[in-house]
Design a protein around this ligand. Structure first.
Ligand code: ADP
Length: 260
């Protein structure tokens, strides 16, 4: 009939269904691509140290072991690459447990300031080697409810990254500030910084701004992905502010009380 809609209302409903299906497929494809990228990344990351360990062992067996200096140099490389492999496997296992929510938080009172002191002592050698000043400032009690081991893991990752991505002679300030029912934990460095475009990506698994630099520093590219999941498991939030060449600040907002 002249003037009647080209698509009947029944047909419209059917098309709506079709449009929705397309959306679903796009999302499924995106997830499938992410899974493929992840598997490719894991394989690559595992292969590199294994290839290196095999190569250097073979050279040692072929006679290089007779030269003491060469032997020690190669053994040191083999040791470092094995350590790399070990942290990668540990991070992967951790991430997979965390992502599947197969882990339980052991909720307790956690003194952020005391934990920070422990970590500063733990990382002081690495900081001293680079002539980096590490300091802590606290306002309020800095006590929250959370899992002390997991919170320690968050802090080690952030402070260790700050040392890694800060040049010699720089400084790192850890702030613990309490405002009513929230406690803010921030790690500020005077390091290389992260560009605006890259800030949202640093929490992705295996994302690194500078692949070579990060690999040489012993990083796995999984640290911040783990940190984000752990912060969220504590019902907290993490934000990054950064300026290239000036420095970076990671700030976590924790709830002071959440146990009923
Ligand atoms: P990695 O093991 O490579 O350090 P992370 O997941 O901890 O992996 O961090 C991801 C990337 O984010 C790093 O490779 C680095 O490029 C960047 N990044 C993390 N922390 C900082 C920081 N404090 N300053 C500058 N860049 C950082």
């Amino acid at each position: 009939v002249y003037g009647a809609p080209i698509i009947s209302s029944g047909e419209k409903e059917r098309l709506k269904g079709i449009v929705l299906v397309f959306h679903d497929i796009t999302e499924l494809k995106r997830l499938e691509q992410m899974r493929k990228d992840f598997v490719a990344n894991v394989s690559h990351e595992l292969k590199t140290p294994v290839t290196s360990v095999k190569g250097f062992t073979e050279t040692l067996l072929d006679g290089a072991a007779e030269d003491e200096a060469l032997r020690n140099r190669f053994l040191k490389i083999i040791w470092d690459e094995s350590e790399r492999l070990q942290s990668l496997i540990q991070d992967l296992l951790d991430l997979s447990k965390i992502e599947q929510s197969k882990f339980q938080l052991n909720w307790q009172r956690v003194d952020l300031s005391m934990l920070t002191d422990d970590i500063i002592v733990m990382l002081s050698n690495k900081a001293e080697e680079k002539g980096i000043m590490l300091s802590k400032t606290k306002e309020g009690s800095g006590v929250i409810e959370g899992d002390p081991l997991r919170i320690k893991q968050i802090m080690i990752n952030l402070i260790n990254n700050a040392i890694t991505y800060t040049q010699k002679g720089g400084r790192i300030d850890v702030f613990i500030q309490e405002y009513s029912d929230k406690v803010y934990f921030s790690v500020k460095d005077t390091g290389i910084g992260i560009s605006k475009e890259e800030i949202p990506r640093v929490f992705e698994r295996f994302y690194r701004v500078d692949r070579a630099r990060s690999r040489n520093s012993g990083g796995t590219g999984l640290g911040l992905a783990i940190v984000k999941h752990l912060v969220e498991a504590h019902n907290g939030e993490i934000v990054v502010e950064s300026e290239v060449g000036k420095g970076t600040a990671f700030t976590i907002k924790f709830n002071k009380n959440q146990l009923k």
